[in-house]
Design a protein around this ligand. Structure first.
Ligand SMILES: [Zn+2]
Length: 355
């Protein structure tokens, strides 16, 4: 469960280097700082809220103009899913060469490459945005590898008129990777986790991380996490994930690297699309690779169609939460998870029974 070394620290002050780049065949339109302003201060605020103030995300832009790459965009051969070799290595080497005279790369914990939106396809057709994280083989500059670098392309503008408010959210998603988190969407889309984590869906209305991810990132203390490992019945009171302090997460371990997680989600903080507040139950398999479905949400109302029509929000899982009186069962593992009651406003009492 702990994040291996080589990723960006996810607590304390983190300095993000932002570089706005363009190409001879895709020249930046308008000031480069306008591109930066599409992502800040929203991205820093998003992390402050999600981390309960534990991540102090500081964006820096030491170069306030477009950095022109020496080759046309097409020369790097970048497509959706392109590996690091050879296109990205070439692009990063060129970027280092152009920026190094004025940028001290050793002064930053992560790099955001904000590409001029007119390079490459529209995000409506193909999302190119990508992060290479924990990559010690990346080109070095000022003695450090550019190991944790996010690339953001185009604009995630679905035409619904919400771009101004929600278009930045691709960046907290990409930065989630530099902090060591996997993609939760799969080849089939957002059907595994829906809108319950920004690593699953980063278009549309704002959404938070799962409690599992917050624990991994060091934003929840071990004291805020309950563990139902023994046979028998236990009850836990859980407070909303969006509010700081108090018990947040209950884990029901099944194997060394898998189990169920239980948390309370309400319409607060970063979670603006929650249409059925309640207890979210999901299966975590940390041995499953990024994009292959490491997490799956249990749907309390399968086939319901969900409770939201908010654009770009996976509707079916939007009402996945369990309410008082409802239970989730896993017979194979001899366990049941019931919601006993809602208490003190938004807190929920849950009961876990293991045979
Ligand atoms: Zn991703």
């Amino acid at each position: 469960m702990p994040t291996p070394p080589g990723y960006t620290p996810s607590t304390g002050e983190v300095s993000a280097l932002n570089l706005m780049i363009d190409f001879p065949d895709a020249e930046g339109e308008g000031p480069a700082l306008d591109r930066l302003a599409e992502f800040f201060p929203q991205t820093s605020e998003w992390f402050t809220t999600s981390s309960y103030g534990r991540l102090d995300y500081r964006p820096h832009a030491p170069v306030d103009e477009w950095l022109r790459m020496p080759k046309p965009f097409t020369a790097y051969g970048i497509e959706r899913g392109s590996p690091y070799e050879p296109g990205y290595r070439e692009l990063v080497e060129d970027l280092v060469e152009v920026a190094d005279p004025v940028v001290d790369f050793a002064a930053y914990d992560l790099v955001n490459v904000l590409v001029t939106p007119n390079a490459g396809p529209s995000a409506l057709d193909t999302v190119l945005s990508v992060t290479f994280s924990g990559n010690d083989e990346a080109p070095h500059a000022d003695g450090v590898p550019l190991a944790n670098t996010s690339f953001v392309y185009s604009r995630q503008d679905d035409g619904s008129g919400s771009y101004e408010e929600t278009g930045y959210r691709v960046l907290p998603h990409e930065n989630g990777h530099v902090f060591g988190l996997p993609d939760l969407y799969t080849a089939e889309g957002g059907g595994a986790v829906g809108h319950w984590d920004i690593m699953s869906e980063d278009w549309g209305a704002n959404n938070d991380f799962l409690g599992w991810h917050k624990w991994k990132l060091g934003w929840l203390d071990n004291e805020q996490v309950r563990c139902a490992s023994a046979p028998g019945t236990v009850e836990y009171l859980l407070t909303p994930l969006a509010e700081p302090g108090g018990p947040k997460l209950a884990i029901v371990p099944l194997t060394e690297d898998s189990g169920y997680a239980i948390e309370v989600r309400t319409r607060a903080g970063n979670d603006e699309a929650v249409c059925r507040p309640g207890v979210l139950i999901y299966r975590v398999a940390s041995g499953v690779d990024t994009g292959q479905g490491p997490i799956a949400v249990a749907d309390s109302a399968r086939g319901s169609g969900g409770c939201t029509r908010s654009p770009n929000v996976h509707a079916e899982l939007s009402d996945a939460t369990y309410r008082p009186g409802q239970s989730f069962g896993d017979r194979r593992h001899g366990l049941s998870i019931s919601v006993v009651a809602e208490e003190d406003g938004d807190a929920y009492r849950v009961r876990v029974t293991r045979s």
